[in-house]
Ligand binder design. Structure first.
Ligand code: GTR
Length: 401
């Protein structure tokens, strides 16, 4: 039966609700993961054997405040033509190692995140330059990423580019080679770009877990818009990610697909599935005009992050209607019930959503944080991210819950 309202987060289309954190973990999580793969994102291949090559170490960037490592994640069993994932990692030098880390999936190349000579514009970026896709120069996204401020807050910052993992076209990237190498799934169940990017984030996390400069219990993942959707998926599936920060992730991200109740006027499932079918599996577009037939909704994806931490940084419906901020807020509110299962408390709607300002000292582990800002990243959002991370990655002097 199609459902106009999102199903209760503890239900997945079978009318039954789990009542305990153990039942959620043992019965619901595995089924939910499978349903989200089958209806929305598709499957990603198993990870092939990989090698982490630290190709360069530059000890004095940001006037000595950080060390920059450039790492290539290579897959020796895949054909030569398979791309590698290039990771840039900035580690603070004035802190006690190991450090908490934020991984950010960028969409324009690692060279854009900071104006540092070691981050030269790679040849592939020049080759990709077309009339439609203009090349961003070194450091052109420095204001957006605020890497220096990240270092000053005592966090390492790691980044890799979506292009290395999946080119964001109907042609698949790295995961195509993995499927060929490891066997396949039926075409309609193969993951699209979002599943591939999430898969790539997990490979980067695996490097960070091996780097002695990084605390392995304090890895956060950040992504914006389409990268925010992929980051949420990665955070939902990969429990090694301690904190997930989907920024303005919208439809197929945090925002509910069933959104009548929220009067959201932004991107619909039909619009996203028509414009970007290659982001999804083959089935998602078939439900596009009738989302009530999905047994799940996006709050289920958010809930898979529990009991770890999630900060959904959002805009307002006035400033960024396309991302459906109200449908995102409702999704966070509905998902928070799963955090309640473990705690002797019920988070109220007000506790899990905040309009602007500073993050309170006792922020819950799931929070919708809203600013009246356009579809971009700003220093104010980063400040909220690091204030939240200080608490939930137990960093710095801020007390943790
Ligand atoms: C839009 C798309 C959104 C969002 C955005 C982006 O065109 O409709 O869902 O992902 O692109 O990634 O910037």
């Amino acid at each position: 039966m199609p459902q106009a309202d999102p199903p209760h987060v503890l239900e997945i289309g079978d009318g039954e609700r789990v009542e305990s954190a153990t039942a959620w973990r043992e019965q619901r999580r595995p089924r939910l993961k499978a349903l989200l793969r089958q209806y929305v994102y598709g499957y990603a291949p198993p990870a092939p054997r990989r090698r982490f090559d630290v190709d360069e170490v530059h000890e004095s960037v940001f006037a000595g405040a950080a060390t920059l490592k450039r790492i290539a994640i290579r897959f020796p069993d895949l054909p030569q033509a398979a791309p590698e994932i290039r990771l840039a990692l900035f580690v603070p030098t004035e802190t006690e190692t190991p450090n908490p880390a934020v991984f950010g999936l960028n969409m324009a190349g690692n060279h854009t995140v900071a104006d540092i000579s070691h981050l030269s514009v790679p040849a592939w970026a020049r080759e990709r330059e077309t009339a439609a896709e203009h090349l961003l120069e070194r450091g052109e996204r420095a204001d957006y990423w605020q890497v220096r401020e990240t270092i000053d807050r005592g966090y390492a910052f790691a980044t890799a580019c979506t292009w290395d993992i999946h080119p964001d076209t109907p042609e698949m990237g790295l995961t195509k080679y993995c499927w060929h190498h490891h066997g396949d799934v039926p075409g309609a169940l193969r993951g699209g770009a979002l599943a591939a990017w999430a898969w790539g984030i997990s490979r980067c996390v695996e490097y960070l877990l091996e780097d002695p400069d990084i605390r392995d219990d304090a890895i956060a993942a950040f992504g914006h818009s389409r990268a925010g959707k992929a980051t949420l998926l990665a955070g939902a599936l990969d429990e090694r990610i301690a904190l997930v920060i989907p920024h303005q992730s919208g439809t197929a991200g945090v925002a509910l697909s069933r959104r009548e109740a929220t009067a959201s006027s932004g991107e619909t499932v039909e619009q996203i599935a028509t414009a970007f079918p290659h982001w999804f599996n083959g089935y998602y577009p078939m439900f596009a005009t009738d989302v009530g037939r999905f047994p799940i909704d996006q709050h289920h994806l958010v809930a898979l992050v529990a009991p770890r931490a999630i900060l959904a940084t959002e805009s307002t419906p006035e400033a960024d209607a396309w991302t459906n901020p109200n449908a995102a807020r409702l999704s966070i509110r509905r998902a928070s019930t799963v955090w309640d299962l473990r705690e002797d408390q019920t988070l109220s709607d007000d506790e899990v959503s905040q309009e602007g300002g500073s993050i309170p000292d006792d922020a819950p582990p799931i929070l919708h944080y809203r600013r009246d800002a356009e579809h971009t990243m700003t220093p104010e959002y980063w400040e909220a991210v690091y204030d939240f991370a200080d608490q939930h990655l137990e960093h710095g002097s801020t007390p943790s819950r």
